[in-house]
Design a protein around this ligand. Structure first.
Ligand code: FES
Length: 148
């Protein structure tokens, strides 16, 4: 017996097709933004090897300043005796940005109370390694920070 396409089966096929594709579209519309949120965009590592991080005249003794080294943060610290040091400002524990605390004269990470001394050495809390230290050169009023 030959099967014929009646209007009923045609309508059912259309509804099946419509519901199937709208379900697929709904799933894509729901999960695609979640997927894009969870997968961070690729940010190229900076090729800069040195930056002008601050002016000498803007840093008072016993203070710190965050600067950008490419796409990553760095921190300049001027010790109470006036020595200038620079480090990566990315905590070695879970990558939070550190800051300088004048009261304790330490570099502090607010995320889990990690602490580094003025040489960038991890002295308290969970950070497993010292901060990466940068080379500092002063040219006129400019503080130039270099990697390596
Ligand atoms: S991220 Fe800095 S102490 Fe945890």
């Amino acid at each position: 017996m030959e099967k014929t396409n009646t209007p009923l089966t045609t309508r059912r096929n259309f509804i099946d097709y419509f519901l199937g594709t709208s379900l697929g579209a709904t799933l894509v519309a729901t999960f695609y933004p979640i997927f894009k949120f969870l997968v961070p965009p690729q940010i190229a590592e900076s090729t800069e090897s040195s930056v002008v991080a601050a002016k000498v005249s803007e840093l008072k003794p016993n203070s710190g300043k965050i600067f950008k080294f490419g796409s990553k943060p760095g921190i300049i610290v001027k010790t109470p005796t006036g020595e200038i040091r620079a480090f990566s400002a990315t905590c070695t524990h879970l990558d939070c940005t550190v800051q300088y605390q004048e009261g304790t004269q330490q570099i502090w990470c607010a995320c889990h109370n990690g602490r580094y001394d003025m040489a960038g050495k991890n002295v308290a809390g969970p950070p497993p390694r010292p901060l990466e230290q940068f080379t500092v050169n002063v040219r006129g009023d400019e503080i130039i920070v270099s990697k390596g």
